[in-house]
Design a protein around this ligand. Structure first.
Ligand SMILES: NC(=O)c1ccc[n+]([C@@H]2O[C@H](COP(=O)([O-])OP(=O)(O)OC[C@H]3O[C@@H](n4cnc5c(N)ncnc54)[C@H](OP(=O)(O)O)[C@@H]3O)[C@@H](O)[C@H]2O)c1
Length: 321
């Protein structure tokens, strides 16, 4: 099968011809139709999780969607022919979604594709959509609250803006000027240009009494701390980049947290909640670009967290999309 993989941590992703896997007991074999990129893909093949077991060649990618082709013994959740999607993350790491096939335990973070969405949308949604759903739940965002989303223009942000605005929150979204219109169309009531001047001063001008909730998807610890100053006493703040440090987590002025999908005890519930949101269609899946598997090898190597305006999807079996 064709797959995008590296042969060592930090290696250059290459399109390889690898053996087609077969499902062991408890596993499903999925013929992948589409996959999508996340910033975490690069971190993993660079060795961010090197303390966990990996297998090489390490096939890159966690998010994807496709059709169950075969099931191993003792599989009860899925049948051949089922359309499935999710975050196909399993230890040892290295069975990735930038491939024509993946064999993976059925209890991995995968589920049936929600009604009414395409396999392309399903492939684009899992990691970013689950992070957004989880952030909204953990910060308990309510109607009429003011929510600042920092990093709103990327994969997670597209979902988070829509979900917060669907709850009736007043969403302030960071956006470069050329992207402000798109974020307003997703539900932001204000956009804040972070590329020049002080983000903090601009938000203070919009909410002199402070914001209720900060969802910070991108900042480092000093940047997060600066943004936290915008939160009113008793408000909430969440970081997606583990930028909330101990003194903030233990302090009493605001309720601060680091959100981790990978370590979340109810990740399967979050995937189910994402499925409900996608099938109800309040959520538009923002697809910025579509690549072939051949193009994916170069792109996943080059892509950092810069410049995303939604999700990049890789079509693996274009005739099925
Ligand atoms: N903890 C978890 O469970 C979890 C789950 C999912 C994602 N994440 C992490 O969350 C982060 C965001 O993920 P993503 O998928 O949304 O990434 P993404 O698609 O690459 O989007 C990041 C966005 O942030 C913008 N940005 C960069 N610096 C900014 C700044 N200082 N202020 C405002 N916006 C800024 C970027 O645009 P410009 O480059 O044009 O500025 C880009 O649009 C990544 O670090 C990812 O690894 C964590």
């Amino acid at each position: 099968m064709r797959a995008v993989a590296v042969t060592e941590f930090g290696g250059t992703p290459q399109l390889m011809d690898l053996p087609k896997p077969s499902p062991a007991a408890g596993e499903v074999l999925v013929r992948l139709v589409a996959a999508s990129f996340n910033p975490f893909d690069r971190a993993v093949f660079d060795g961010f999780l090197r303390d966990l077991p990996h297998s090489f060649p390490l096939v890159i990618g966690f998010d994807g969607a496709g059709m169950v082709e075969e099931i191993g013994e003792q599989v009860d959740r899925f049948r051949p022919g089922d359309a499935v999607y999710g975050s196909f993350a399993h230890v040892p790491l290295g069975r990735g979604t930038l491939a024509e096939y993946i064999a993976i335990p059925e209890n991995t973070l995968i589920d049936h594709v929600p009604d009414g969405i395409s396999l392309k949308e399903a492939a684009a949604a899992p990691g970013a959509g689950m992070a957004a759903v989880g952030l909204l739940e953990e910060t308990r965002i309510e109607a009429r609250e003011t929510v600042l989303i920092v990093g709103a223009s990327g994969g997670v942000g597209g979902f988070a803006v829509q979900l917060a605005s669907a709850r009736g929150a007043r969403v302030f979204a960071t956006a470069r000027p050329d992207d402000a219109h798109r974020l307003r169309s997703l539900g932001a009531v204000e956009t804040v240009d972070y590329s020049t001047g002080s983000l903090v001063e601009r938000v203070q001008g919009l909410a002199p009494d402070g914001i209720d909730v900060l969802l910070d998807l991108v900042s480092d610890p000093p940047g997060f701390l600066a943004n936290v100053a915008l939160v009113r006493d008793g408000g909430r703040a969440a970081s997606l980049t583990y930028a909330a440090q101990a003194d903030l987590l233990e302090g009493e002025r605001i309720d601060a947290l680091n959100f981790s999908l990978r370590l979340h005890p109810r990740a399967h519930d979050i995937l189910e909640a994402l499925g409900r949101a996608l099938s109800g269609r309040p959520l538009d899946v923002q697809i910025e670009a579509e690549l072939s598997l051949e193009q994916a090898a170069a792109a996943v190597g080059a892509r950092g967290t810069r410049g995303a305006r939604g999700k990049t999807v890789v079509s693996i079996s274009p005739e099925d999309l």
